[in-house]
Ligand binder design. Structure first.
Ligand SMILES: O=C(O)c1cccc(C(=O)CC[C@H]2O[C@@H](n3cnc4c(=O)[nH]cnc43)[C@H](O)[C@@H]2O)c1
Length: 261
C-alpha cells in the first residue's frame, strides 16, 4: 500500500455526503476540478469526499479531474437512487452495483418506445472485452461490500421483516428520470437492474479508462416509476447510504487500500 493511498467517496448532491462529513473529526478542504474536496479520515481510512453534481457530465468531469490530479485506490460512489420494485427492493433498502448499464447508449429501436438496441461498436474495451453499454465492475469489491452489509443489516434488524434489505445487482444510469410505471416496467424487463440513478455509467467509464476500481452503493429514496413526490424519502436514503458506506469502511477498512482480486 502506498503512503498516499486513499478512497474517493463521491456523490451527486451535498446531502448525500453530509452525514459522512459530520463523522470526519478533522478535515482539510482542497479544490480539485473546480470543486471543494474534503480530505481526512473516516474510521481510520484515508478518504476524500467530493460532491460531483448530478448526472453523467458532472460525474465524468469531476472524476477525471481527480484521477488526473491524485488517483485514488478505489472510487466509492454513493447516494440515493430509485429502486425497481420488481427487484424486491423498497424505499430505504440498499443496493450494491455489480454492473453499470447506460440506458441511453445504443441504436434507435425499430419500434418507438422500445429501449435502444445494442451499439454496433464499443465505446471502450476493458481487459479485451468490448463495452457497448454495460460496464463490468470489480466482482471482488461488490461481493465483499454486500457480505459486510448483509452481516451488519442482520445485526441491526434481527429477524424483523422491516429490516434493511441489501441486494447486489445491475444499476441503470439515466439522464431522463423514469416517471411512469409503464416506463419502469419496460426498463426493468429490458435491463433487469435493481436500481436507477444518474451517475454510475459515467463513473464506470472513467474508472475503466483509468484502471481504478469502482464500488457503487446506494439507498433507495423512491420506487422507479410514476412520481409520487410525497412518497420519496430522501432523508432515509441519505441516512442509509451513510450507514452503508460507514459499514463498508468499518468492516473492510483493514484491506481497503490493498489490491482487490
Ligand atoms: O426529484 C426531486 O424533487 C428532488 C428533490 C430534491 C433532491 C433530489 C435529489 O437529490 C435527486 C438527485 C439524485 O438522485 C438520484 N436518484 C434518486 N432517485 C432516482 C430515480 O428514480 N431515477 C434516477 N435518479 C434518481 C440521482 O442519481 C440524482 O443524482 C430530487
Amino acid at each position: 500500500m502506498s503512503a498516499s493511498a486513499y478512497v474517493l467517496i463521491a456523490a451527486a448532491v451535498d446531502g448525500e455526503l453530509a452525514g459522512l462529513r459530520r463523522r470526519m473529526n478533522a478535515w482539510v478542504e482542497d479544490e480539485i476540478g473546480r470543486r471543494p474536496v474534503a480530505r481526512g479520515r473516516l474510521l481510520g481510512v484515508p478518504v476524500r469526499l467530493m460532491v460531483t453534481g448530478p448526472g453523467t457530465a458532472n460525474t465524468v468531469q469531476a472524476l477525471t479531474a481527480v484521477l488526473e490530479h491524485i488517483p485514488p485506490h478505489l472510487i466509492l460512489l454513493t447516494g440515493c437512487a430509485g429502486a425497481f420494485r420488481q427487484s424486491g427492493l423498497g424505499i430505504g433498502d440498499v443496493g450494491v452495483a455489480d454492473e453499470e448499464i447506460d440506458a441511453h447508449l445504443g441504436l434507435e429501436p425499430m419500434r418507438a418506445g422500445d429501449p435502444p438496441e445494442t451499439l454496433p461498436f464499443p465505446v471502450i474495451t476493458v481487459d479485451g472485452v468490448p463495452v457497448k453499454g454495460r460496464y463490468p465492475l470489480s466482482r471482488g469489491w461488490a461481493k465483499t461490500a454486500v457480505d459486510a452489509l448483509l452481516r451488519a443489516a442482520d445485526e441491526v434488524s434481527g429477524s424483523s421483516p422491516a429490516g434493511i434489505r441489501v441486494m447486489r445487482g445491475p444499476f441503470l444510469t439515466v439522464s431522463t428520470i423514469t416517471a411512469t410505471d409503464r416506463g419502469a416496467e419496460a426498463r426493468y424487463r429490458h435491463h433487469g437492474a435493481c436500481m436507477e440513478a444518474m451517475e454510475g455509467a459515467g463513473a464506470a467509464h472513467v474508472a475503466c479508462r483509468y484502471g481504478v476500481d469502482l464500488l457503487e452503493v446506494r439507498a433507495a429514496s423512491n420506487l422507479v416509476g410514476r412520481r409520487r413526490r410525497d412518497a420519496w424519502n430522501l432523508d432515509l436514503a441519505f441516512e442509509r447510504a451513510t450507514w452503508a458506506v460507514l459499514t463498508i469502511l468499518d468492516r473492510c477498512g483493514p484491506f481497503m487500500l490493498e489490491k482487490m482480486p
